[in-house]
Design a binder for this molecule. Sequence first.
Ligand code: ADP
Ligand code: MG
Length: 450
Amino acid sequence: MDQQELWQAVLAQVQLEISPANFATWFQNTSIVSQDKGSIIVSVPSGFTKEWLEQKYNKSILKKLHGIDNAIKNVKYKVEKSNLQILEKVTDTILDDEEQLNFYNFQIQEKTNLNPKYTFDNFVTGPFNELAHAASWAVTQKPGKVYNPLFIYGGVGLGKTHLLQAIGNEIIKRKKDNKVKYIPTEKFVSEIISAIHNGKVEELRIEYQKINTLIVDDVQFLSGKEKTQEEFFFIFNSLYGKNKQIILSSDRSPKSISILTERLRSRFEGGMIADISTPKLETKIAILKSKCLERKVDISEEILNYIAENIKRNIRELEGALNIILAHQKLNDKTPNLATVKTLLRNITATPKKSVNAQKIIHTVANFYNLSVKDISSSSRKKEIVKPRQIAMYLLREELKSSFPFIGRRFGGKDHTTAIHSYNKILKEIKKNEKLEEEIELIKHNILCV
Ligand code: ADP
Ligand code: MG
């Protein structure tokens, strides 16, 4: 890989992480001007850009360079007026290309919050998401009549938002006057908090009464937010009572959402619950092929296979990998060969085990159960804390093969027999408790992905 290719590979990755406007502003007319052992000098067009890259992007740039060539240890930026202008080519090819624009710059509809790029047409199905897909489609045919609410759950990046938005888009396509509203739970929570703060709860309720199809994404974020749950319960009931369709998603099943009032939980469980798991190899290849078709690009089977085999976590990452390759392909006007693909994807295909450590496991478990690391490491005997602590101990043993004395010490100096007891208890319970098994699978997924 020469200097130019190296920088292009970095830019292709940066481009995936920041907005097109930021990308064009800060990376236009940048290039690598010299590479001396572990030091890279990047030329930039102005002092302002230099400062900005140093302060905001340096860490990320260095990480990417290092990911491609681990001899690279530092980057410096140098103002140079006339440089190679590689990025003009990048922005030309990536940002101004009409197809790409069409693909990326779909307008999010103001009233509905829906993004038209998510449709049923471009949603690939396989055994891992068949049920969720079928239930979603059924809902679009008879909103409010078949499954109400429809509750879809599954791990990060597996297509929940895509499916929820596809339902909204399809309903509007069939019936223009159906008032659909898509809202991420975090946004819903902040709407409610500000309505309470400004004494406008009544107005908010009235607004929500007008909706025919309410889609709320990631309802696990309602956990522990009592006031919001109360308001949500009110809105839910009044819409439900009028046979309006409600669609919800979460990263876990209603049973596993902690600190959810019982009445809301039973509402969530009152309709259809469908899960999405992770796709197997064949489906991953099918998804990649569908994405290639959508973008009218051709990538060899060999490369698609390599991506599908090596990207294990979720569909978002699968797409990310493909984007990196496509960006590279556009810049060079030719498909990269397998060796280049391997280098380009090194950052995302690196085995996740390496980054898993005790701290990460404990932190993820605590987070999953809405506890602090301090809580989970305390000696509290409260049920809500004991179980997560045992799970964390179990995972330390399972995932890291930590010794029992080590595990005991990590949890506020407990005895190794406590660690053994916890491990065995969870091990036994998983076998007979499906819900626990599912929770632990989700936590493992979060340890690797979040
Ligand atoms: P989640 O909401 O579960 O975290 P998303 O719906 O945001 O996941 O999906 C992540 C990315 O993967 C999106 O770009 C989406 O379009 C794509 N994707 C997910 N599932 C599929 C599928 N079955 N077919 C095609 N693309 C998919
Ligand atoms: Mg989502």
